[in-house]
Design a protein around this ligand. Structure first.
Ligand SMILES: C=C(O[C@@H]1C=C(C(=O)O)C=C[C@H]1O)C(=O)O
Length: 366
């Protein structure tokens, strides 16, 4: 058989598209049936199952031997699942607004594009909107690879009762932008995190320019749309969204700048796998307060060693409102219902002043 012509190849693509469309339709029908099963169950209001979604995406990546990159193949399935979940329950997701922030990018990466979003004015506001039931879930930054923990999020995790039910990572690349490049720049607006992440570049390139910190990068982009002589540091998405011109590309000081975001909800993630505690590829986050005495930190850590549990993270953070007192934010491997994790947590609880299990959730897949 000779080489196929363009129209022959396109005919073959049409045949495949028809099959794919039919299969996606069949999948949607099954998901609608899943919704019925969930409605009849105990936790009938919880349709979103992050542990199952993570399992689906991991399997997609594992068996991908196509020409498409893993991340692109997973992205396609991410969108299919998003549309399917919307059949069960249309989700509303709170994020740090306005449109065009990295938090919105994180929300859409994690939930896909079939959700509606609620833009919030601050990290505190995101927690409150979820708490009040105005959004099903919220997305907040927790940690940046160059700058460390986001204190405002840790403060709220300490004082609020929301549960962590997922995490997502976003590569952060900052763009310097303005409405009109021909004007000299007298002021640069950005979120304080972005100013920190671009500090060296700003010192080298705009040593005498005023830097103004605002609530989000997208807000900075929005402000400079109408301000002569002003520039903003924001994302590629904000650059397009607000119709601005790029002055400089990727100005972050460190390559590989990544921010990790948490997904917050009101309930612990459902244990829809019978063997969740053993099959779960995830972590558990804890907030712990210990006595200010010799040996108490060792006492806190010992039970994890005894049970052979790997600790992913140990962060010290000031207790909100209490001078020179600290809490510890700890991430360990495994689900809180896993036998060894359970034993360790019971032992930890008997050794510390306070332990708050923030949630068990799948490790970021993409
Ligand atoms: C279909 C389900 O419900 C939702 C949709 C999913 C999907 O489209 O695969 C996966 C998990 C849930 O968020 C399920 O729980 O299995």
């Amino acid at each position: 058989m000779g080489k196929r012509t363009l129209s022959e190849l396109r005919d073959e693509i049409d045949v495949l598209d028809k099959k794919i469309q039919l299969l996606i339709g069949n999948r949607a029908q099954l998901v609608a049936k899943v919704a019925q099963v969930k409605k009849a169950s105990d936790d009938s209001s919880v349709f979103y199952r992050p542990e199952r979604e993570a399992q689906v995406l991991r399997s997609i990546i594992k068996r991908n031997n196509s020409l498409l990159k893993d991340k692109d193949m997973a992205y396609i399935f991410r969108q299919i699942m998003s549309a399917c979940l919307a059949l069960e329950q249309p989700l509303n997701i709170a994020y740090l607004g306005p449109e065009g922030t990295f938090t919105q990018e994180a929300a859409l990466k994690h939930f896909g594009h079939s959700v509606s979003t609620l833009d919030c004015v601050s990290i505190d506001d995101i927690f409150h909107q979820v708490e009040k039931g105005n959004a099903h879930y919220g997305v907040v930054p927790i940690e940046n690879s160059s700058n460390g923990m986001i204190g405002a999020t840790v403060d709220m995790l300490y004082s609020q009762n929301l549960k962590i039910c997922g995490e997502v990572e976003i590569a952060i690349q900052h763009q310097l932008m303005s409405a009109n490049q021909s004007q000299g720049i007298t002021v640069i607006y950005a979120h304080s995190q972005a100013l920190n992440q671009c500090q060296r570049w700003l010192n080298n390139n705009y040593p005498n320019t005023e830097l103004k910190s605002v609530a989000s990068n997208a807000l900075a982009a929005c402000i400079v749309k109408d301000e002569v002589g002003a520039a903003a540091i924001a994302s590629e998405v904000a650059l397009d969204l607000y119709g601005l011109e790029r002055i400089a590309k990727n100005i972050e000081d460190k390559a590989g700048n990544v921010t990790r975001f948490l997904i917050l909800g009101k309930e612990n993630i459902s244990t829809s796998f019978e063997n969740i505690s053993t099959s779960f590829e995830g972590k558990t986050s804890l907030l712990v307060v210990i006595k200010h005495e010799s040996g108490t930190l060792c006492d806190l850590l010992e039970p994890f060693k005894q049970q052979g549990i790997n600790m992913i993270q140990l962060e010290k953070h000031p207790i909100p409102g209490v001078k020179w007192e600290y809490l510890f934010l700890i991430d360990i491997e495994g689900h809180k219902d896993n036998k060894k994790v359970k034993l360790a947590l019971t032992e930890v609880a008997s050794r510390v002043l306070k332990v708050n299990v923030l949630g068990s959730y799948p490790i970021a897949v993409l």
